[in-house]
Design a protein around this ligand. Structure first.
Ligand code: ADP
Length: 301
């Protein structure tokens, strides 16, 4: 992949709760290109938020490698973490209340992170106005959050997240509390800003329809990536094809979809055969019939 901006290599995160250890990331490999807009999907508990917190510099991994731009996130001290967050990352959270201050107007909310970065007043006002126009809220600059719909609040939140020109925009279920029409507008706003600023966007979502709105969807299962859906433009630059891939990690491990495993009743081990242009994966009927008490014979298909 050209211009790899985010690189996770065998990333492990273990949470210790009393005497219990929870392995939230189990050797995750993932690369994200600069300027890519991608989504992480997967069941609850599969490790998506854990990865977001690590990429956002809010939490540190237990082992492995994780690099974002020139920052190695494994060994940062607290001060470096604060600088990393301030310079590199913008966040959009699911709960609108976490994104905006209720007593500030939309424009003041967008200006606040810039004030903290000592951006001069004139520049703050111009940039906050531009960002709010980009998310379609040029007419709502002086509205307080309680005068805005949920979808509009999330679009202000995106403008806030982009205020200090981050290289990475992280959005955790940004459309979780709005209807599908508002969700579409939120995605359009992120896309517009991402294209303008060439920011890399990582979105965690339960919403599988996002596949049509991002460059790549990565499916999470048990603290690892399991599938990828890529969208590619055809030669005419217009037609878009979608293709689903399984993930082959650096150690050569591959996760078969559960439906394949069940439909061929595969258990414990499989036979692999190298063919001219593919690899065949066959259930071990011998082993299974031996265990079942029969005297099986290798069956080659
Ligand atoms: P997702 O975002 O996909 O729902 P999470 O990353 O939140 O998944 O959680 C992955 C696993 O790590 C789960 O088993 C969860 O219970 C556990 N986990 C997440 N955060 C913590 C924490 N702060 N302390 C202990 N366990 C946690």
């Amino acid at each position: 992949m050209s211009d790899v901006f985010i690189e996770c290599d065998n990333l492990v995160k273990i949470y210790k709760v009393a005497d219990l250890e929870v392995v939230a990331l189990q050797g995750l490999d993932l690369q994200i290109a600069e300027g890519e807009m991608m989504a992480l999907v997967g069941p609850s508990g599969s490790g998506k938020s854990t990865l977001m917190n690590i990429l956002g510099g809010l939490d540190q991994p237990t082992a492995g490698k994780v690099r974002v731009g020139d920052y190695n996130l494994l060994n940062m001290n607290r001060r470096q973490q604060v600088l990393y967050r301030r310079r590199m990352v913008g966040f959009v959270w699911q709960q609108t209340a976490r994104n905006l201050l209720p007593y500030l107007t939309a424009q003041e909310n967008v200006e606040l992170p810039m004030s903290l970065n000592h951006v001069p007043g004139k520049e703050r006002r111009a940039r906050s106005r531009h960002l709010l126009e980009m998310v379609g809220l040029g007419g709502r600059l002086n509205h307080h959050p309680d005068r805005l719909s949920g979808g509009e609040q999330q679009r202000v939140a995106i403008a806030v997240a982009m205020a200090n020109q981050p290289s990475l925009l992280l959005a955790d279920e940004p459309t979780g509390e709005v209807d599908s029409e508002a969700a579409n507008t939120i995605f359009d706003s992120m896309r517009a800003l991402a294209d303008e600023a060439r920011v890399t966007v990582v979105i965690v979502t339960h919403d599988y329809t996002v596949a049509t709105r991002v460059d790549r969807v990565v499916g999470f299962r048990d603290g690892r990536t399991s599938i990828e859906v890529l969208r590619r433009r055809g030669d005419n630059g217009v037609d878009i094809t979608e293709e689903e891939f399984a993930i082959l990690d650096r150690a050569g491990r591959l996760q078969l979809p559960q439906v394949f495993i069940e439909s061929l009743d595969m258990r414990d081990r499989v036979k692999l055969r190298l063919r001219e242009d593919h690899v065949g994966v066959y259930p071990d009927r011998d082993g299974q019939s031996d265990r079942d008490g029969a005297n099986g014979k290798e069956r080659e298909r």
